[in-house]
Design a protein around this ligand. Sequence first.
Ligand SMILES: [Zn+2]
Length: 441
Amino acid sequence: MSSPPLLAPTYTAEYRTAAKTALETALSSAPAYSTWRHHDPGASADIFERYRAMPVLAKANLREHQPADFVPEGRDLAAALARDEVELVQTSGSTSDAVTNVWCQEWWDASEASSWKLHAATASARLGDHREAILSSPRCVGFASDVGALNMEQRTLWHYLFLTEKADPAEWSEPFCDRMIEELGRFEPAVLEANPSYLSVLCRHAIKHDRQVYQPAVVTLTYENPSLIHLRHIRSIFHCPVISSYGATESGYVFMQCEAGRLHQNVEQCHVDFQPLAPRHGGPMIGRILVSTFANPWRALVRFDMGDLVRLAAAPCPCGRHEGLTLDAIEGRVANATLSRAGRLVTQSEADSAIARVDGLAAYELVQPGPATVSVRYVSDRREPAAIEPELRLSLQGCYGASVTIIPEHVQALSPVLGVKYRLARAEFKIDIHDFLAGSP
Ligand SMILES: [Zn+2]
């Protein structure tokens, strides 16, 4: 079977200049990159060649250095912190230890605003100081309270309303879900930004009780890669565009879904290197991405490993956008990948497709303790386990191999890891991405 031809991305002269300035500034002035300089083939080489010659920046490298080591051009971080121009924030990634980031609101807002140009609905909605409701873990953003309720005013900041103070959707009662629906109607947000697994729980409630839900101009999904099951729940309640937005605290906004459903690179803000997996693991169309930012005055980020796998688009997007990389899909975290019995990498997206083919599952969590076993805890409010489980076994054996033992377990509800994010799939043994990249032994 031959692979589809690769679609060569196009880049403007302006983009090349921004990429060149960002790389040269980082190498010449940010102390963290001083040991990288000897990798640079020099100013006469093609700029993308120069990027490819550089090492990869891992989360561990961000932890090894002080935040000041990434500040370019001799800016004084301590003085900016004292003036409250920037602040230090900790990210608590669900798969690795915390990283300290310099938070620059201005840069973040600019990165978000550039991403809005990548979908017709956000481009035309005149966003900026719009009302925005947010449904995600209050341990990440917003206001948390696991004991008493917080009223709407206590959960409002600037033009944002944070819909929940309870981090675990398994604890959302029916009146609590009704409160969120009622507040959406009162607040009338232009944008509802949501963690898809959280929004899926609210939508299941609305479906079950036949509730009318206020329709914002758009729903944007962020914080985690949505399951097809989440999308099914969300799309049955929200009839506006439902848009996946992809980025991270370290990188800002990197990809945004267009009206044709593909994801386009936020070319005003970042460069993205793509490293394909070996053909037997899904390459050359599936690979990992390394992000370099152009405009963060407080952190030069070069070839940062986002820890995610993506699938390139094989054909130009019908929306007409052609600059930078175009993706068919985010395949999911490397940390959420598993292995088939034959040792082939199974992305979160592939496992999700196999599970979503089984009718009646409302939520799930797949864990692979060893190469020969896959356990799936699942929630179902429509079909009996006796109907679901044979179908689930068959579908997952199609993905992992007929000799793999599939162990389903019906549960009442699932909770997010550390009250922050759900993890749809994971292996309990180490998967090192370097063993799966093209060119690896
Ligand atoms: Zn498009």
